[in-house]
Design a protein around this ligand. Structure first.
Ligand code: GTP
Length: 343
């Protein structure tokens, strides 16, 4: 089975630091990716399976633009998750590029998870994706995942959605899941009034189904490694996530974030390091620049404060975050600008 092109073979990977596979010869390792229309819950699912925040999420569609990976480590397997942008009928050059990213990813993984949210009927967007999947070369198994089941209280409605989904394509499996933590009682069963929380619902079942489709082979990454996405990309994504919060409809698609520089501040004592992070936030029009900056710079200040806290948590070091908002006119339609912004 083909491997993801940017896979970084971890140094000494087959012999993970102090952790040989439980039963050599039965260990599985490989790549899975989630597809689904924008907002279907793919990034949230990746994070929930990996157990840490890797791909950014938001209530707005098309949040994800990079093939971010998370790595699920189990005693019997290593599952590398590739997160993709939402696959959709393209309207701009950016849309076409995003779809190309998804197609390239799909043809190189061992198993695909097709996500559709339980709280919305199967629609045109899902059919478009199912068609795309049916054109995949080779026989990559596709597992249908009904996401966000916690949003639908009536089991009959879940049943109806599962049936609709099963009629969409010839899926290898169908599984309903929820990625949000659910409250549980002391005896481990779900309940509405307890403070104890468990991560998601059916996530372990989904992980089992995905792992079963991976080839036999040694671990590909060191034990404990959660992602190999370059830090800069993750930092840019954290800034974009903060900048997206609360903005109006058309703006999210016009935002692009580029980390220009990350440098340790010179002449700092060793016990008080500071990392200077210089970031450009690009918008398409001057009016959008004004929105992002806010009255007297208030909004940008909030974005900076939120993003800085997240970046510090990610990198484990104090950060000075320098944010600049710039207009890159109509960048979504301009091939040169798209390249400059990393698409
Ligand atoms: N209640 C509930 N909400 C969910 C669940 N999974 C995702 N969401 C919410 O649905 C929204 C979209 O989730 P994402 O994970 O960003 O969706 P995505 O498919 O990665 O979106 P794109 O990046 O736009 O393709 C967010 O507001 C999530 O919090 C779930 O299991 N339950």
């Amino acid at each position: 089975m083909a491997r993801h092109p940017t896979k970084a073979p971890a140094p000494g990977a087959p012999g993970r630091a102090g952790a040989e596979p439980d039963q050599p010869g039965t260990f599985r390792s490989g790549f899975a990716c989630f597809v689904g229309r924008p907002n279907a819950g793919k990034s949230t699912l990746t994070n929930a399976l990996v157990g840490t925040k890797i791909a950014i999420t938001s209530g707005r569609p098309q949040t994800t633009r990079h093939a971010v990976r998370g790595i699920v480590h189990r005693p019997d397997a290593q599952l590398v998750l590739v997160d993709t942008p939402g696959l959709h009928r393209p309207r701009t050059l950016l849309g076409e590029r995003l779809n190309d990213v998804v197609r390239a990813t799909l043809s190189e993984v061992d198993v695909v998870g097709f996500c559709a949210p339980a709280d919305e009927p199967v629609g045109r967007g899902d059919r478009y994706i199912a068609e795309e999947l049916s054109r995949l070369p080779g026989r990559t198994p596709v597992i249908a995942i009904l996401t966000k089941t916690d949003l639908v209280k009536d089991p009959d409605r879940i049943g109806a959605r599962l049936l609709e989904l099963s009629q969409l394509a010839d899926f290898a499996e169908i599984v309903p899941v929820s990625a949000v933590p659910v409250p549980v009682r002391g005896d481990g069963r779900a309940a509405g009034d307890d403070r104890v929380r468990a991560a998601g619902h059916q996530l372990d079942v989904l992980a089992d189904l995905l792992v079963a489709r991976l080839p036999l082979g040694p671990p590909l990454y060191l034990d404990g490694e959660l992602t190999d996405e370059p830090e800069r990309v993750m930092v840019a994504e954290l800034v974009r996530e903060a900048a997206l919060e609360g903005v109006r409809d058309e703006l999210p698609h016009s935002l692009a974030v580029v980390v220009e520089e990350m440098l340790p501040r010179e002449d700092r004592p060793a016990e008080r390091p500071l990392l200077d992070v210089h970031v450009n936030v690009f918008v398409e029009r001057p009016s959008q620049k004004a929105i992002v900056i806010g009255a007297g710079g208030s909004r940008l200040k909030d974005v900076g404060t939120k993003a800085r806290a997240q970046i510090e948590a990610l990198l484990g070091t104090p950060v000075f975050l320098d944010l600049h908002v710039k207009v890159a006119k109509d960048w979504q339609r301009d091939p040169k600008q798209l390249r400059r912004l990393g698409f």
